[in-house]
Design a protein around this ligand. Structure first.
Ligand code: P53
Length: 477
């Protein structure tokens, strides 16, 4: 057994990390436009307004807005079956609470989607990829306010209607489970802090955060219901940053801790979106924190009837959990985790673990029994350009080869896996650091961390490798 015949091979990008043109064509500001550049080990900041002399990488990004034709042609050359990208919410509803959409914003996505279809590439559209309009953040405190649900649903319905004949695959929210962590307050939920903040040191207001998260659950469910009415063929997914975890030691306390973190950080949000209900074990956590989710009549029914069609997730690394070195019992600190002595890390400290992908696929299929799709995976690395312009990224090929083999193993074991869109087929702005040199692409973009460079695109060695992988449906690795 190997990959299905119509397996969806491709890549994934996000509007704010690729398009640029942040204030063109009537677009409003999104949260991404207020994030400064950081670095490896240097945090990005959030500034409530645009400050002079500060560099905001999303403003120009890699100018996919002007270059999309050339870039899509390169994706097509690799044989992409699918491209995952997001619609930048604030291009369509500049402030977020308008009744009618911005036609110029829609026109841009008409062009992108038509270009993809002309090349036989299926679009997979994320509705909200860390791109909530700043207008909604300022006026409503983002999803902390229940009214934001309706603005989101109006936006979702607008684009579902517009693209009902052209787009079949959708994601309601990117990495919604980041909403359980303090930095997700801003990035995912649009909770607006009135001051400058390093992104990982957001005010840690769990009550507001989990209430806002509940509102995104309702928003997602309502969008799914509306989407299926508009086109019953739509396949709408959740998207979870699956930060797969192992206990650091076989000490029973570590194993137990790991189980509880996995529920909070990974499974909780997926359970709500796939099973349509809060997992029973989360209630104790809320009680212990004095959190009481305010629900309206009908909310529980909405969650049940608005379940997603498939489970989509990102997978980059695994983390280790331990009680032994006093590791804080806070989800916000989890991204670090404890070091796994059996794994190597990327230059940015992400532990590389292909076997962990097989483990994760088995774990998820065992829990949900719905089709799965890996919608992000890849290696961020600082590529070296040779004098003749070549880029020998054999480390990236190695990373991806092992992860494709890991998926194959899961498929052989019976997992229903429908596709793979690796992250950043063309180099783009890093979400975590805002850097350009944390590169994932098969296509190199000549641009530096400070935005200088010709923006010229060129092929890395991995370009031909991936082309071969797709052509052989994952057999020639
Ligand atoms: P960057 C952290 C951990 C797992 C996934 O990330 C993450 C992050 C955010 O840093 O986000 C996803 O660019 C996200 C993309 C992002 C990609 O992973 O920090 O959906 O927008 O670019 C890679 O290396």
């Amino acid at each position: 057994m190997s990959f299905k015949e119509n397996f969806l091979w491709g890549g994934a990008i996000a509007a704010n990390q690729a398009e640029g043109a942040y204030n063109v064509g009537g677009k409003g500001l999104s949260v991404a436009d207020l994030k400064t550049v950081g670095g490896n080990g240097k945090e990005r900041m959030f500034t409530p307004t645009i400050e002079e002399g500060v560099y905001y990488p999303s403003h120009n990004a890699i100018r996919f807005y002007d270059n999309y034709k050339e870039d899509i042609a390169l994706f097509a050359e690799m044989g992409f079956k699918v491209l995952r990208t997001s619609i930048n919410w604030s291009r369509i509803f500049p402030q977020g609470d308008e009744e009618l959409p911005n036609e110029e914003g829609l026109k841009f996505y008409d062009n992108v989607i038509d270009e993809l279809l002309a090349h036989g590439i299926e679009p997979l559209i994320t509705l909200s990829h860390f791109e909530i309009p700043v207008g909604l953040m300022e006026k409503y405190n983002g999803f902390a306010d229940r009214r934001t649900i309706d603005f989101y649903v109006n936006y979702a319905t607008t684009v579902f209607e517009r693209y009902k004949e052209k787009v079949k695959y959708w994601i309601t929210f990117n990495e919604l489970n980041f909403g359980t962590m303090s930095h997700g307050e801003l990035t995912v939920l649009g909770i607006h802090p009135h001051g400058k903040y390093p992104l990982h040191k957001m005010p840690n207001d769990e009550k507001t955060r989990f209430q806002a998260l509940h509102h995104t659950f309702i928003a997602s469910a309502k969008a799914v219901i509306a989407g299926h009415k508009i086109n019953p063929e739509f396949k709408i997914g959740c998207m979870i940053a699956h930060l797969s975890m192992y206990p650091l030691t076989p000490a029973p306390a570590d194993v137990l801790q790991c189980k509880e973190y996995d529920l909070l950080v990974n499974k909780f949000v997926g359970d709500v979106q796939v099973k349509g209900e809060y997992p029973p074990l989360i209630k104790r956590y809320f009680e212990s924190k004095g959190i009481e989710i305010q629900m309206e009549a009908g909310d529980l029914e909405l969650l049940k009837s608005g379940v997603v069609d498939m489970y989509k997730f990102s997978y980059y690394m695994t983390l280790c959990v331990t009680t032994q070195n006093g590791a804080e019992a806070s989800m916000g600190n989890l991204m670090g985790g404890a070091k796994n002595p059996y794994l190597e890390s990327s230059e940015w400290g992400w532990q590389v673990d292909p076997t962990g992908l097989t483990f994760t696929l088995l774990d998820l299929y065992d829990r949900y029994q719905v089709p799965l799709m890996v919608v992000e995976n890849g290696l961020g690395a600082d590529d070296k350009v040779e004098e003749n312009g070549a880029i020998h990224d054999d480390y990236r090929i190695e990373y991806m080869r092992k992860h494709v083999l890991a998926m194959k193993e899961a498929v052989e074991k019976g997992v229903d896996l429908i596709g793979y869109t690796m992250w950043g087929p063309i180099d783009l702005i890093s979400a975590g650091t805002g850097e350009m040199k944390k590169r994932y692409g098969f296509i190199y973009v000549d641009m530096n961390n400070d935005g200088t460079g010709s923006l010229k695109r060129s092929k890395k060695d991995s370009f031909d490798w991936y082309k071969k992988v797709i052509a052989s449906n994952g057999e020639e690795l």
